[in-house]
Structure formats: structure tokens, C-alpha cells
Design a protein around this ligand. Structure first.
Ligand code: CU
Length: 169
């Protein structure tokens, strides 16, 4: 390599460096949600998160222009078959870590939806991780009732909402 080209190459590398730094380390795939239950303004959300970078990343904020607020929750089914949910305090991804949100595990709860969610629509959700540019994922709306019968996750949320109301009284 000639001595003339090297400084130019160095300048080029310097020019590209900020671009590389702005590359998102967090990958979000398989975003989906369900149709809302008639009369309820709450919805669910699922996706898969992966930290492809070399540093821990903490999730700081989740928002959607279609909802008043979004909460991270985890649900699990107890020995009696009853589903329980509670908020997730802190979500961190180690380098290389992958987290799959699912109906019987971690999920998003969208509160105060501006309008009912209909099959085929998309719900944009923006996630902010520390030291990362915001990432927007489109949650694809799936039917409430799928082949094989009624899914229970929304029913769980109806119970959950009752519970939330009780705590306010
Ligand atoms: Cu929930």
C-alpha cells in the first residue's frame, strides 16, 4: 500500500467510526400482539430480544404512540393452573443473551390503547436501551381465537385488570 493512500484510508476509517458506533447492538424480532378483547383497552405484546454487542444493556423505556403506557410483566401458572402476573423491575441483556417473550412468560402489557387492535394491523413499539439508539418494532396483530381454541392470555389480563382495580379501591 502506497504512503499516499494510507492517510486517506485513516481519514475514511475515522469518518466511518461514528456510523459503527450508532449501529444497534440490540436486535428485536418476531414482534406480535393479539386483537383486543371487546370493551378492553389493554393489549399484550411479545418479541425476541438479542444483545449482539459486547456490553450489558439495560432496557430503560418502552413506548407506543397507540398506548398510554407499556409495562413489562411476567406471568406464570401455579400448581392450581391459575396464572399470576407481576411487573418486571429491571430488564438487562448480557452480551450474546437472547430473551424470548411469550404468553406464559415475559410480556408487554399495553394500557390505554387509543383504539381496538384488529388482525392484520401493526402496533409500533419503541424500546430505549442504555447507550443505544431507540429501536422501533412493529407488533403484528394476531387473532384472539386461533386454530385449536381460545387463547387464555387475554383472559388472564381481564382477571389482572380486575385485580388492578381492586388495588385502587
Ligand atoms: Cu400481563
Amino acid at each position: 500500500m502506497s504512503k499516499k493512500i494510507l492517510p486517506r484510508l485513516a481519514a475514511l476509517v475515522l469518518a466511518l467510526a461514528p456510523l459503527a458506533a450508532a449501529q444497534a447492538a440490540i436486535e428485536i424480532t418476531d414482534g406480535w400482539t393479539r386483537e383486543t378483547v371487546p370493551g378492553l383497552d389493554v393489549g399484550v405484546g411479545y418479541f425476541t430480544l438479542k444483545n449482539t454487542g459486547t456490553h450489558r444493556r439495560e432496557l430503560l423505556k418502552i413506548t407506543s404512540p397507540l398506548a398510554d403506557g407499556i409495562e413489562l410483566q411476567v406471568s406464570s401458572v401455579d400448581a392450581q393452573g391459575v396464572s399470576h402476573m407481576w411487573p418486571v423491575g429491571k430488564l438487562e441483556l448480557r452480551p450474546g443473551e437472547m430473551l424470548r417473550f411469550s404468553p406464559n412468560g415475559r410480556h408487554l402489557m399495553l394500557r390505554g390503547l387509543k383504539s381496538p387492535l384488529r388482525v392484520g394491523a401493526r402496533v409500533p413499539v419503541t424500546l430505549v436501551f442504555e447507550d443505544e439508539p431507540p429501536i422501533t418494532v412493529q407488533l403484528q396483530v394476531r387473532p384472539l381465537v386461533e386454530e385449536g381454541g381460545m387463547k387464555t392470555d387475554h383472559m388472564d389480563h381481564m382477571d389482572h385488570m380486575d385485580h388492578m382495580e381492586h388495588t385502587h379501591h
